[in-house]
Design a protein around this ligand. Structure first.
Ligand code: PXP
Length: 240
């Protein structure tokens, strides 16, 4: 059965908007776990715009489902991963100006560096996934640098429609088959939401979908009535 990894970065985005303590991403992770999430995913960015180092540390201590740490392939991040021992590391490209991860990692252009980083992660006993575009050459390169898994970027599929979307879906399907045939675990994610997820979830080769923004966005809206009702009751009773 396909698994769901819930990315909680945007709970931390809301917290960081006030540099306070609420909402607590660790609590969100525990609630996601309680609701059936098969894994929790966080991206510790170089600029720490949402998830903080302490979040990774506490999450690893308290959650019972696997923790996947998304990170750039840098010495700093490899050190943090080794210290915190996430169940998976997913290597992603990172540019400071981007709003979110915009494309897959170009494995072909940085193979030597990746081999070095992946060896260091393996020495720390952490299996590695690489976030890549649905491109056969990237998939083969991911296997060559000894990654155990690929996470196929579904962003272009998610952001298109009609025939173009079907073409992207087909690329994802073919890439998933190739990666699986090469012995790698196949995950996928980015831009998946309540409308577009079904076609991707039908791909048998995919073991896990990593979904963040649409779930956090939905949580804000489905929680709105309860949150307002609670506040209204509080101020009305105080002013009686
Ligand atoms: N996978 C990777 C590698 C990502 O960087 C992200 C976004 O943080 C996701 C999956 C989840 O994407 P979304 O938030 O669009 O569901």
């Amino acid at each position: 059965m396909i698994k769901l990894g819930v990315n909680i970065d945007h709970v931390a985005t809301v917290r960081e908007a006030r540099k306070g303590t609420s909402p607590e991403p660790v609590l969100a992770a525990l609630m996601a776990q309680l609701a059936g999430a098969d894994g929790i995913v966080v991206h510790l960015r170089e600029d720490r715009r949402h998830i903080q180092d302490r979040d990774v540390r506490i999450l690893k201590e308290v959650i019972e489902v696997p923790l996947c740490l998304e990170m750039a392939a840098t010495d700093e991040m490899v050190k943090i991963a080794a210290e915190n021992q996430p169940d998976w590391v997913s290597l992603v490209p990172e540019r400071r100006e981007e709003l979110t991860t915009e494309g897959g990692l170009d494995v072909l252009s940085c193979q030597d560096r990746l081999i070095e980083m992946i060896q260091a992660l393996h020495s720390a006993k952490i299996p590695v996934a690489i976030f890549i575009d649905p491109d056969p050459n990237q998939i083969k390169a991911a296997q060559k640098v000894a990654a155990e898994a690929v996470e196929i970027h579904t962003g272009r599929y998610a952001n298109t429609c009609g025939k173009t979307q079907l073409n992207h879906l087909n690329d994802i399907l073919e890439s998933a088959k190739l990666a699986k045939s090469l012995g790698m675990r196949v995950n996928a994610g980015h831009g998946l939401d309540y409308r577009n997820v079904t076609a991707i979830a039908r791909i048998r080769e995919i073991e896990e979908l990593n979904i963040g923004h649409s779930i956090i966005a939905r949580a804000v809206l489905v929680g709105m009535s309860a949150a307002v009702t609670e506040m209204k009751a509080l101020i009305v009773s105080a002013s009686r």
